[in-house]
Ligand binder design. Structure first.
Ligand code: GLV
Length: 304
């Protein structure tokens, strides 16, 4: 087995279709590099210097004693930071990609338009054979709160404002109460950190106006599920659009699957775009190899 020093290991939880998309995209963007799949054990672990990862199982990187850089293909790095086998000093870079921000904005726009104009209600009415128009509101009268003002929160806010929605953003350290009290629709785009885990609980939901809706496009663990279900059951919340869950895939029989006030998506709000992300990986790697500062290096203290 001869593996050149400096080889890049791909520790990615991909299915066959995803591998078929990612391998050529990465090979094209990184022409001078040797790439091996971490799940193909036929390489020398001592030669691995860089790992490109996508939601790897905990412990997946501990067989590489000379690892010097981890590049995530996911924007959220909460699972990597929760893996105690990854040394504290090892630099981790998260994926920041305008293509992903645009995809997230599309999902947020779809959710807001659906909730504002009641298209989810009309879909249910069609299933019931019911012809029943409802009053129409103007976008300028709908207030949207966006939790998280990073790249994605920014992109979402810009697109919503362009459609005339009244958008209020919230970032860590600012008072949350006024944003909650003024949100007909609350969109969660926060990173999952010890500070934000379980943030969306009964106390937070109570501060939303009666009849508000929640759109969670960040992580399932931001939400206390029993509290959200209670708020939906008692009608305080009108609807929830959920893309992410404590356990994924969402377990068979979970109440979210069949709750009439819940829309379930299979964690697809912003999938990483292979072509564009591979080019970003190549830029980051080139910067790292020439000793330049790493853009979007994860701050372990902040947790993202
Ligand atoms: C997906 O959830 C990501 O973090 O990129």
């Amino acid at each position: 087995m001869s593996t050149p020093v400096g080889t890049i290991a791909l520790a990615c939880r991909f299915d066959a279709r995803e591998w078929a998309e990612w391998l050529p995209a990465l090979a094209t963007a990184l022409p001078g590099e040797t790439l091996v799949r971490a799940d193909d054990q036929n390489h020398d672990p001592e030669a691995i210097e860089v790992a490109i990862v996508a939601n790897p199982p905990a412990g997946a990187l501990q067989r590489y004693p000379r690892l010097r850089l981890v590049q995530s293909l996911w924007a959220g790095v909460d699972r990597l930071l929760a893996d105690p086998t990854i040394p504290a000093g090892l630099p981790i870079v998260r994926m920041v990609d305008p293509a992903m921000n645009a995809a997230m904005a599309e999902t947020a726009l779809w959710a807001v338009l659906t909730l504002h104009r009641g298209f989810h209600t009309y879909a249910r009415q069609q299933r019931d054979g019911l012809w029943q128009p409802h009053p129409q509101r103007r976008a300028s009268g709908v207030r949207i709160g966006v939790l998280g003002q990073g790249q994605m929160g920014d992109a979402v806010g810009r697109r919503l404002r362009a459609l005339d929605y009244r958008v209020m953003g919230w970032r860590r350290g600012e008072p949350l109460g006024p944003v909650l009290a003024g949100s007909d629709i609350l969109i969660n785009l926060l990173p999952l950190t010890p500070d934000t885990r379980g943030l969306i609980d009964a106390a937070l939901l109570r501060q939303l106006p009666c009849g508000a809706a929640l759109v969670n496009l960040a992580r399932g663990a931001h939400v206390v599920d029993e509290d959200l279900l209670a708020a939906l059951d008692d009608g305080h919340l009108h609807h929830a659009v959920l893309d992410v869950f404590h356990q994924e895939p969402l377990p068979v029989g979970h109440r979210y699957w069949t709750h009439p006030a819940v829309t379930v998506l299979p964690h697809v709000a912003a999938q990483t775009d292979a072509g564009s992300a591979a080019r970003i990986v190549a830029q980051n790697l080139a910067a790292w190899r020439r000793g330049a500062p790493l853009a979007h290096r994860v701050d372990r203290q902040a947790g993202y």
